[in-house]
Design a protein around this ligand. Structure first.
Ligand code: ADP
Ligand code: MG
Length: 238
C-alpha cells in the first residue's frame, strides 16, 4: 500500500461543449490521480483538451460526466458558492497571459484572492503577500502596476498570487508560453524550487524540455490520456 496521499482523483471524466449545432467532445474518459508533492506535466497538440482539463482541475469549469475528488471534496456535489470557496483555498492558477488586473498594484493583485478567504485576517494577508513577493523576487515592485512591468516580471507576480494562499495544488497553463527564454527559465526555476519545498504542481506545456522538468508526463491526444509515465532523472537536458 502506498503511503502517499492522493490529492486529486479523476474518474471517467467527460467534457462536452455545446455551441450552436456543434458538439465538441473535449475530454473522454479521463482517469488521473495526483499525489500530494508530485510535479506533473501535461502535453499534447493544440486543441487536444489540455486547457479544458486544467480548468476542470482548477474548478474554473465543470465536467459533463464523471467524478472529481479534490483534497477530500467531491466536486460534483458542490454548489457554485462552495466551488468558488474551495477553488480559492485549494488552487493556485498560473495562466499563459498572466491575467493580472491592470488597475490594481502588484501587491493588490497578490492580495485579492486572499480577501475572499475567511481564514486570512488583514494582517495575515499583508504577511502572506510580502512573503510571496519576496519568494519571486518582486517585493521591490509591490506598488507598481502590471503595465509598468516586463512580461517575465508579470508572470512572477502571477506566481506570487498563485502561492500566497498556500494552495494544495498549483496549476499552470503554458506558464512560459508568452516569455522569452531567459524569463521562461526564471519561471521554470521558480516552479522547481516550489516543488522542492513540497508544492504539488500540474503544468501544461508544449515545450518538451519544460515538460521534462516534472517527475511525470501525461500525454493527451483527442481528449484522451494516451500515456502517463515517470520521467527518468539524471538525463537533464543541457
Ligand atoms: P488545448 O489547451 O489542448 O489546446 P482546449 O482544452 O483549449 O485544448 O480545447 C479542446 C477542444 O475543446 C478544442 O476543440 C476546443 O475548440 C474546444 N473548446 C475549448 N473550450 C471551449 C468552449 N468554451 N466552447 C466550445 N469549445 C471549446
Ligand atoms: Mg490550451
Amino acid at each position: 500500500m502506498s503511503n502517499q496521499q492522493t490529492l486529486i482523483e479523476l474518474n471517467s471524466i467527460q467534457k462536452v461543449f455545446f455551441t450552436d449545432e456543434v458538439e465538441t467532445h473535449a475530454l473522454s474518459n479521463i482517469e488521473l490521480s495526483i499525489n500530494a508533492g508530485e510535479y506533473i506535466s501535461i502535453s499534447g497538440p493544440s486543441g487536444c483538451g489540455k486547457s479544458t482539463l486544467l480548468s476542470i482541475l482548477g474548478l474554473l469549469d465543470t465536467v459533463t460526466n464523471g467524478q472529481y475528488q479534490l483534497n477530500g471534496h467531491q466536486v460534483a456535489s458542490l454548489n457554485a458558492t462552495q466551488r468558488a470557496r474551495i477553488r480559492n483555498k485549494e488552487v493556485g492558477f498560473i495562466f499563459q497571459s498572466f491575467n493580472l488586473i491592470s488597475d490594481l498594484t502588484v501587491e493588490e493583485n497578490v492580495a485579492l484572492p486572499l480577501t475572499y478567504r475567511d481564514d486570512f485576517s488583514s494582517q495575515d494577508i499583508d504577511k502572506a503577500v510580502k512573503e510571496a513577493l519576496e519568494k519571486v523576487d518582486m517585493a521591490h515592485r509591490a506598488n507598481h502596476f502590471p503595465s509598468q512591468l516586463s512580461g517575465g516580471q508579470q508572470q512572477r507576480v502571477a506566481v506570487a498570487r498563485a502561492i500566497a494562499g498556500n494552495p494544495s495544488i498549483i496549476l499552470a497553463d503554458e506558464p512560459t508560453g508568452n516569455l522569452d527564454s531567459k524569463n521562461a527559465e526564471a519561471v521554470m526555476s521558480l516552479l522547481d524550487e516550489l516543488h522542492r519545498e513540497g508544492a504539488t504542481i500540474c503544468m501544461v506545456t508544449h515545450d518538451p524540455r519544460s515538460a521534462k522538468r516534472a517527475q511525470r508526463l501525461v500525454e493527451i491526444l483527442d481528449g484522451k490520456v494516451i500515456a502517463d509515465n515517470p520521467i527518468a532523472r539524471g538525463v537533464q537536458a543541457a
